[in-house]
Design a protein around this ligand. Structure first.
Ligand code: PLP
Length: 481
């Protein structure tokens, strides 16, 4: 597709009428003026509409078709939440109004939304308090890890290591490293955190361990079976437990993280709670904590006065400080609140049931198509390996020609030629069946004619890219001159 500059025709489109108002050159200091006039495309309104409508249809999206990207929870997000978040009372509200304590009456509703959303997330997770400040999952992890470190500091301890299982999400070690901690890798066995491996690391590093960061269900799509032992082992040295709850789809209404003994959890509202993941945001990675970590939460926090009115509390002497601007992605929180209220407790539980059912149905149906390394029941997603002789990359590319988004590939690293699929609860059996047929066709084609698979995709706007060059020698601009 051409860029809008390539569609430009000199003289086409709107022209500015001569104005008798002072020009910028007369009004502004010389150093602020541009040297050359801006290069703008000259297009008619119709050219512009067609250009951008065409561009939008090049994007693959959940609104267009199935998107089983593992670890990303690309489910369908109901449109009514967009409507709610776009109501003028929310969309036109300036965040400084609440910050400055002015406009108290205009901001009460917004503060109540934050407050109510926090109450519901507390109920869902069993944690004592939440902050909405983090702007993404990884940002929530950094916040959570900082809270854990602040807790130990407040006890006069200097601790420097974080235990992280090899089945954790890749952002976990990155976030802990960013917070200045050293990472200790905990090996899994049969897809689970091995209690002996954990005990060995605790024996070695004991009083230097800040805590353990677990992705639950882990990146293999499996729920840990040794949680009580793990919690007990860490408690011995007052090490803390972090729960990466970016994908809560399998857990909603089934298990409360706080009841299981965790001290910190982050959620991705832009996965589980009605905002799409990916696409560059906006995201929201609220962090929930147990009572002992609450004093360290970022501020300001929404609080309620005795008369029932809401205000922002900045008086948080032990707070780790601000993690993001204002209160995080407010509109994303409004969408999450609308979603939780609409579904109710029972509806959220249904989400978990269908997410798990769909994943297990798909896994079962693919048993004779792909290699499935873990036979046991999975949670909201599962991992598979490309069959002998085929590459996950080629299968993924060939699926694009059949109209499907590819599953996540080569992640987690502990599974070879990995294809990680998360069907989500919003897909029908018919869609899952069509996906199975597409995968069957693809694998059969790969076995009979491996060359054909390496040529895919043929039908996408962009064909196979040189990924190394795309990363190392990136060109993001059209040739402008
Ligand atoms: C998506 C995800 C993250 C990171 O979330 P971002 O918003 O992309 O930073 C962390 N952990 C898990 C398990 C995830 O699936």
């Amino acid at each position: 597709m051409k860029t809008i500059f390539a569609e430009s025709v000199p003289g086409r489109g709107s022209r500015f009428i001569e104005s008798d108002a002072p020009t910028a050159a007369q009004m502004l200091p010389g150093e602020l003026l541009r040297a050359k006039p801006p290069r703008l495309p000259e297009c008619s309104e119709l050219d512009v509409v067609r250009h951008f409508t065409g561009l939008s249809s090049l994007n693959y999206s959940v609104d267009a078709n199935f998107y089983p990207l593992g670890s990303c929870t690309m489910k369908y997000n109901p449109k009514f939440t967009e409507y709610v978040a776009g109501l003028p009372g929310f969309a036109r509200l300036h965040p400084l109004l609440a910050q400055l304590g002015q406009g108290a009456s205009q901001t009460q509703g917004a503060l109540r939304c934050l407050y109510d959303a926090e109450m519901l997330l507390r109920e869902i997770t069993g944690m004592e308090a939440f902050t909405f400040q983090p702007m993404a999952g990884a940002n929530g992890e950094f916040t959570g890890v900082s809270l854990m470190a602040a807790y130990h500091r407040s006890k006069g301890r200097k601790r420097g290591r974080m235990l992280i299982p090899d089945s954790a999400h890749g952002t976990n070690p990155a976030s802990a490293a960013l917070a200045g901690l050293e990472i200790v890798n905990v090996e899994s066995r049969d897809g689970m955190v091995a209690p002996e491996a954990l005990a060995a690391h605790m024996a070695e590093y004991g009083d230097d361990v800040v805590g353990l960061m677990m992705t639950c269900p882990n990146t293999l799509g499996l729920m840990e079976t040794h949680l009580p032992e793990i919690v007990e082992t860490l408690r011995k040295t007052d090490a803390l437990l972090y729960y990466d709850g970016a994908n809560m789809n399998a857990v909603l209404g089934k298990m409360r993280v706080g009841d299981a003994g965790f001290d910190v959890v982050h959620l991705n509202l832009h996965k589980t709670f009605a905002t799409p993941h990916g696409g560059g945001g906006p995201g929201s990675g609220p962090v929930g904590v147990s009572a002992r970590l609450e004093p360290f939460l970022p501020g300001p926090r929404v609080a309620v006065r005795r008369d029932g009115s809401f205000y922002l509390n900045n008086n948080l002497p032990q707070s780790i400080g601000s993690i993001g601007p204002f209160y995080g992605s407010f509109a994303v929180v409004v969408k999450a609140l609308a979603y939780m209220l609409r579904l109710g407790g029972e509806g959220l539980e249904r989400v978990a049931e269908y997410a798990v059912l769909n994943a297990n149905y798909l896994k079962k149906r693919l048993e004779d198509v792909l290699d499935i390394p873990f036979a046991r029941l999975c949670a909201h997603e599962f991992v598979a390996s490309a069959p002998q002789g085929l590459r996950a990359l080629d299968i993924a590319k060939a699926l694009l020609d059949r109209g499907f988004h590819a599953p996540t590939i080569y992640f987690p690293l502990i599974v070879k030629e990995c294809l990680m699929a998360e069907p989500t609860e919003t897909e029908s059996k018919q869609t899952l069946d069509a996906y199975v047929e597409a995968l069957k066709e693809t694998v059969a084609l790969g076995k009979n004619n491996p060359e054909a698979l390496t040529m895919a995709p043929r039908r996408t706007p962009v064909r196979r890219l040189d990924e190394t060059a795309a990363a190392r020698r990136m060109t993001l601009t059209d040739d402008m001159e």
